[in-house]
Ligand binder design. Structure first.
Ligand code: WT7
Length: 663
């Protein structure tokens, strides 16, 4: 989408509109377009979301923009997120299921709000017992087990920000995040099931703690089978503590939710950027919780009586915002599934949807493409009826959208395509399903109160609705936005604000948030997202930094230099191709290739594994020595080579191209 001159191009075909079914509109949480006018009253409009929560003390000031870009929301307000997601539902719905967990092997746990209240209180007492205090960052490395939301909510209860690291991340990736957050306490589990196999998960925490510079004094270990530690898993004396053992002492514990300022951090979520070091996006309590609760209600149309299933992993922001915090704040039933979508058969998702009578279903374009590849036959057997469906994480191709609409939604459900990011906390561009028509491949209108703009590379606004591609920026603050990059305010400014803001100005209106995505504002006012413009790729909905991959590969001794390019992939969206030059005297063998793949698995995780490793004599570089990754992407994608005139040796890319594709 980006050519060698750095301009952004879009090749798009116009799509038709689909109307939301009238029965959807009739029941929707919001169907009056006046909602947009209410939120245009900035910043007071956003109080509508904050009013969905219970505050111990109401805020004095809705928004404080006096110190950009360190914006504050609901200043002076006090609340607790755990109280809002658990305690406040006890009066009216204590016996309603909060979390409906399905194990891969078919076990089921219905955790009611009352159960959740008990579990969260007990875990909060456990955390305190091992010394966690308010404002300590607790690092979690938990898979899709009830232990994960319980631990998150327990942390929130005692005011200890959690930092959950997706379970698929390697020990080294975990170690980096433990160090960056300077955590003394790590929470893990003995293992979990994936395609029928029990994975020993705790060993990653063991290795991470060893690698980390931080002094981790306690590793809390949950058990996949309560009270029954897996035989292969060993505990380290004096450091490891079984959660179940401490739980026994605190079974009836009541831990008062700590009063948090609206601006106190709720959690960190690390994400990849353009440098090797992941960024800890720090989210605040009041603004974040208001924003995800509001968008869960207005965009996802969640009703308290719904069974809602977001088939994402809680280890990413989607799960934090739209499996845990938003849905539970609304008091609904949120489904969690432990395992693989094709285990033991490719109808598993639909079987589960039928079993729990799911109303609202949330997934990614990658998953839709996979279901499409598997074929409709896996759907036929099951009887389920979604009212509302969502996609997130990547642009969805109209073809995949239409398949989702027809075969999963039975042409009778609305689809919202939600554009947002780890940094934004919640949805920023997406239609409100009862108000706008759907258009395949287009995320739609900005959410209420959100003001996007398309800027050219000089930062000048491209005319709205012109259909011309440019850089997506957000020109007005919103409550769900990250507060800062943990421990690094400067990096926060550099990564998100520097480029399109007047950084000398004290006026928040001069500050524009750079999303890093290319987008088009179409004539009808809908936004179409084109994808990342920076060195960040999107593999099966997982964000990966090119630099992170490259530095992992460069750790291999045989490697002289490495560059990674994103190749378009019919299923995963993008996959990384690694272009590598080897040190003098090293031969390009299968063994070296395996070492490279293993290095990526060890440094980041299996999900980041390069699809191809191409050994080259040289990499395309400018005269100043900068690697032109765009040319490598052209080669990977079998596109015509872009401009090579600025290269030190213009013949390099052509040689690599021949090597990869022949002729
Ligand atoms: C990047 C953010 C937000 C939760 C999942 C990913 C891409 C996200 C869409 C969409 C097109 C999308 C963007 C964005 N993206 N949603 N609906 N259409 N692209 O969170 O890991 O922070 O990645 O995902 O490129 O910048 P993330």
């Amino acid at each position: 989408m980006s050519n060698d001159q750095g301009t952004i191009e879009a090749r798009l075909t116009e799509q038709e509109y689909f109307r939301p079914p009238s029965k959807f509109v009739g029941q929707a949480n919001v169907s009056d377009p006046a909602v947009y006018d209410r939120f245009d009253d900035f910043p007071e409009g956003f109080e509508e979301y904050a009013d969905l929560l219970d505050w111990e003390q109401r805020w004095d000031e809705t928004f404080d923009g006096s110190n950009p870009p360190f914006f504050e929301w609901f200043v002076g307000g006090k609340l607790n997120a755990s109280y809002n997601c658990v305690d406040r539902h006890l009066d009216e719905r204590k016996n309603r299921t909060a979390l409906l967990w399905e194990g891969e092997g078919g076990e089921q746990r219905n955790i009611t709000y009352r159960d959740l209240y008990r579990e969260v209180n007990t875990m909060a007492a456990v955390l305190r017992e091992v010394g966690v205090q308010e404002d300590d960052v607790v690092t979690l490395h938990l898979p899709m087990l009830p232990a994960l939301p319980i631990t998150m909510l327990a942390c929130a209860r005692i005011g200890a920000p959690h930092s959950e690291v997706f379970a698929g991340f390697s020990a080294s990736a975990l170690a980096d995040r433990i160090d960056d957050a300077d955590s003394d306490v790590v929470v893990t589990v003995d293992g979990y099931y994936r395609r029928g196999e029990f994975l020993d998960h705790k060993q990653k925490a063991d290795q991470a703690v060893e690698e980390a510079d931080s002094d981790v004094d306690t590793v809390l270990v949950w058990e996949r089978h309560e009270g029954d530690l897996h035989d292969d898993v060993e505990l380290v004396e004096g450091r490891d503590v079984l959660v179940s053992e401490l739980q026994a002492d605190h079974e009836r514990a009541r831990v008062d939710p700590v009063t948090r300022d609206a601006e106190d951090p709720l959690f960190l979520m690390y994400t990849s950027g353009t440098t090797g070091q992941p960024k800890g996006c720090q989210h605040r309590t009041g603004g974040y919780l208001s924003y995800v609760t509001g968008t869960s209600k207005y965009v996802l149309d969640i009703e308290p009586d719904d069974t809602y299933w977001c088939a994402a992993d809680i280890g990413w922001i989607t799960g934090h915002s739209y499996i845990v915090y938003g849905p539970l704040a609304l008091g609904t039933t949120s489904v969690m599934y432990e395992g693989a979508p094709d285990h033991p058969h490719k109808g598993r998702i639909w079987e589960t949807a039928e079993k729990y009578d799911v109303d609202v279903f949330h997934t990614s374009p990658t998953a839709v493409r996979m279901f499409m590849k598997w074929g409709e036959q896996y759907l036929a057997e099951y009887d389920f009826d979604f009212r509302h469906m969502t996609t997130v994480g990547e642009p969805i191709q109209p073809e995949a959208w239409l398949w989702y609409y027809k075969h999963i939604g039975d042409e009778d459900a609305v689809i919202v395509d939600t554009w947002w990011q780890t940094e934004t906390g919640g949805h920023l561009i997406t239609n409100l399903p009862a108000i706008q028509d759907m258009k395949p491949g287009s995320a739609g209108r900005p959410c209420p109160g959100i003001e996007p703009a398309i800027l050219d590379d000089d930062g000048d606004e491209i005319e709205p609705r012109s259909g011309r591609a440019g850089n997506l920026a957000i020109t007005r603050p919103w409550p769900g936005m990250l507060q800062t990059v943990y421990g690094d305010d400067e990096r926060f400014i550099d990564e998100y604000w520097q480029r399109f803001s007047d950084t000398d100005s004290d006026d928040w209106r001069d500050w524009n948030y750079e999303a890093g995505d290319g987008a088009v504002h179409e004539e009808d006012g809908y936004f179409r997202i084109l994808g990342r413009l920076d060195d960040v790729m999107n593999v099966a909905g997982h964000r990966l930094g090119t630099m992170e991959l490259e530095s992992a590969i460069a750790e291999v001794e045989d490697v002289a230099e490495a560059a990674v390019a994103a190749r378009e992939d019919a299923e995963k969206g993008e996959v990384p191709d690694a272009y590598v030059t080897l040190r003098e005297g090293v031969e390009a063998t299968e063994e070296v290739r395996e070492r490279i793949v293993a290095a990526v698995e060890d440094e980041i995780g299996k999900f980041a594994r390069p699809a191809n490793v191409v050994f080259c004599d040289d990499l395309p570089k400018t005269r100043s020595g900068k690697i032109m990754r765009r040319l490598l992407a052209d080669i990977s994608n079998e596109e015509e080579l872009g401009d090579t005139t600025t290269l030190r040796d213009p013949s390099v890319p052509e040689r690599i191209r021949e090597q990869v594709h022949g002729d």
